[in-house]
Design a protein around this ligand. Structure first.
Ligand code: ATP
Length: 326
């Protein structure tokens, strides 16, 4: 039976780039696609940004390809990640030879904690003009991410990762994070190299070639991966994978990009590379490699969207990827 892929384009440029990802998946495999609504548009018409049918389709699918959600993002992707128990967000950032990148030697992966930290959603206004946010760090989530990180570096034939933290200031929460991750790494014979996240941001900008796998708390991982996107050519190129016990949800790192939505010029390659990660997750390694090679070829020879200095449309770039795969 064909593997089932839930397709959730969402809002903004998600609706433009996800169809390209679907075409690419369709070109390299025999999948059943189930298109689902989520985000601002469906919230406007039904009052619910994440309809039950969408949640169920995502939970039933073998994997999900997601675009982006706008104002309702916190009510869409965060509940979906929770429903899938996606405890890690894998965000590779690699400069391609064809792209005029700020840091052409960048080739790193950020493993972002995906369930807690300040994104746990516990915020309150405790008095007029005074708001608080509760940061959640658990030993369980920290250890689970650490186990994943140890497996991940081992698969890459390495024995170390960088561990982002700020335990000199957030002594209790990041103290727990640091201790838990370091304990797992020590047990597994992996070298966890702690680095203060602010210094890490500067060092990543100046010498990204010194980094390979970076394990980061939720907010830090989010910020550092946008920084990494800037080093390799922008958000139009960064894919991601949300992995957990309930399955995998694959999405570009970028959001809805309201400034360019509807113009047909969004770069679809972050979504195509997310589709390649989806293929790898489902065990279709050869197809995933073919898709990555097609993207590399398009980046080298064009056409390119305006974010990369070209003047091509989203569909033209998608068509070029499909031509390379044909
Ligand atoms: P969110 O809060 O959902 O992340 P945002 O507007 O803050 O949304 P993005 O949507 O990621 O952030 O956009 C940030 C910038 O990067 C915008 O200028 C946008 O046009 C650009 N950008 C993002 N994705 C792409 C893409 N696929 N192609 C071209 N430009 C992009």
């Amino acid at each position: 039976m064909a593997e089932r892929i839930a397709v959730v384009p969402g809002d903004g440029i998600g609706r433009e780039v996800v169809p390209v990802g679907v075409d690419v998946l369709d070109a390299v495999g025999a999948f059943e696609f189930v298109e689902c609504a989520a985000g601002d548009a469906v919230a406007a018409s039904t009052g619910d940004p994440l309809p039950d049918e969408t949640r169920e389709a995502v939970l039933d699918a073998d994997a999900t390809l997601f675009g982006a959600a706008g104002e309702t993002a916190a009510d869409v992707v965060i509940p979906l990640r929770r429903a899938l128990d996606s405890f890690v967000n894998v965000r590779p950032a690699r400069a391609s030879p064809g792209v005029d990148a700020l840091q052409p030697d960048t080739d790193l992966v950020i493993l972002r904690e995906n369930t807690e930290g300040v994104y746990a959603g516990i915020e309150s206004e405790i008095a007029d003009g005074v708001a608080t946010c509760t940061r959640v760090v658990t030993e369980r989530a920290s250890r689970r991410l650490a186990e994943f990180a140890c497996d991940y570096v081992a698969e890459r034939g390495e024995a170390a990762f960088t561990l982002a933290h700020k335990s000199n200031v957030m002594r209790v929460t990041d103290g727990l994070w640091l201790d838990a991750v370091e304990a797992v790494a020590a047990d597994r014979g992996v070298d966890a190299e702690p680095e203060l996240m602010d210094a890490l941001a500067m060092n990543l900008a100046m010498s990204p070639e010194s980094y390979d796998v970076v394990v980061a708390p939720n907010l830090a991982g989010d910020v550092l991966s946008d920084l990494a996107a800037g080093l390799v050519g922008g958000l139009g190129l960064l894919p991601s994978a949300n992995i957990g016990s309930g399955g995998g949800l694959f999405e570009p790192v970028h959001g809805t990009a309201p400034d360019i939505a509807g113009q047909g010029v969004a770069n679809p390659l972050a979504t195509v590379l997310s589709a390649a990660m989806l293929l790898g997750f489902l065990g279709h390694e050869a197809a995933a490699a073919d898709v990555r090679a097609a993207v590399e070829a398009v980046l080298a020879d064009g056409p390119l969207t305006p974010d990369l200095g070209g003047d091509a449309t989203t569909t033209a770039v998608g068509g070029a990827v499909l031509d390379r795969l044909a």
